[in-house]
Design a protein around this ligand. Structure first.
Ligand code: T3D
Length: 263
């Protein structure tokens, strides 16, 4: 059978594709391990300047595979199955959060549970209009994981975060857009063109600056203005020392379009 997670790099874009379309790309243990590997690979892959997370078929990802989960509950009890949060889901969340390059969630369809949590840690979410979204956890009596408690309220605010966590009824893409859960909603046949244009722009951008922005935004989300100023300063020094920066300043003054090489 085909690998549950595919990894491909072209035009400086690493694409990680969840590849269990019949189960809407729900995550088995094998898929979680492979997703984590793919994320680590993308982080250190010097040929990749942008990372795209997407799914095959009509689902992006519907979180934990509940068939596998039911088998594990039946054989080992809840303690052993939920160790996957520490073993897989948390490392997956941290790997996305720390990715030293922009991450784009290409939401090709249904997005639920840990699948939504994963998407919420990306920098950009582009969704098709047929996609539906649910935190799903409450529907099966679980709390939340993969950073949803952190990311959801930052995206949609505390009141809507509560609605979306306590009520697992799926919402449609237009509502997700209205809430700020996704950045962009496009007609299903426009997904490729929209994502391709976005990632081409990001791949041609100042990769080192993007990495520093990601760190600074993450830091600032839990620190004071004073602390954030101190955190920004060495990153401005570091990006100020890149070739991308000096070349772009020269280009600006020459009224030319800058080219960024990512260093
Ligand atoms: O220890 C731990 O594992 C803790 C970790 C937890 C992390 C989590 O992610 S918990 C949340 C798990 N996810 C869910 O609870 C979502 C369950 N799915 C749904 O609520 C619905 O399927 C959706 C709202 C996502 C989509 O609805 P719809 O109507 O578009 O599709 P559907 O007909 O329900 O599903 C299509 C097929 O996918 C169906 O299989 P079938 O009947 O065609 O053979 C369905 O069973 C399967 N499927 C959907 N979600 C899952 C799944 N199979 C396995 N696991 C799933 N999560």
């Amino acid at each position: 059978s085909e690998a549950p997670v595919l990894y491909d790099v072209s035009n400086s874009v690493a694409t990680i594709t969840l590849n269990r379309p019949k189960a809407l790309n729900s995550l088995t243990t094998e898929a979680r391990v492979e997703l984590l590997d793919a994320l680590r690979r993308a982080a250190s892959d010097e040929s990749a300047r942008v990372v795209v997370l997407t799914g095959e078929g009509r689902g992006f990802c519907v979180g934990q595979d509940l068939r596998e989960h039911a088998e594990q509950l039946a054989s080992g009890g809840s303690g052993s199955t939920l160790s996957t949060v520490a073993e897989h889901y948390n490392p997956i969340a941290r790997e996305i959060a720390r990715m030293p390059k922009p991450v784009v969630a290409r939401l090709n369809g249904v997005t639920a549970g840990a699948g939504l949590s994963i998407a919420m840690l990306a920098d950009f979410r582009v969704a098709v209009e047929s996609a539906t979204f649910t935190t799903a956890f409450a529907g099966i009596g679980l709390s939340c994981d993969t950073g949803a408690s952190w990311s959801l309220q930052r995206l949609v605010g505390p009141a809507h975060a509560r609605e979306l966590l306590f009520d697992a009824t799926p919402i449609k893409a237009d509502r997700a857009l209205e809430l700020g859960l996704v950045n962009t909603v496009v007609a299903d046949d426009q997904l490729d063109a929209t994502v391709d244009a976005l990632v081409a722009r990001l791949a041609a951008g100042p990769t080192a600056a993007y990495a520093a922005m990601r760190e600074a935004l993450m830091f600032a989300s839990t620190h004071s203005l004073d602390e954030s100023l101190d955190f920004e300063e060495p990153r401005m020094m570091a990006t100020g020392a890149t070739e991308d920066h000096s070349r772009a300043v020269t280009s600006f003054l020459a009224k030319e379009k800058p080219t960024f090489e990512g260093r």
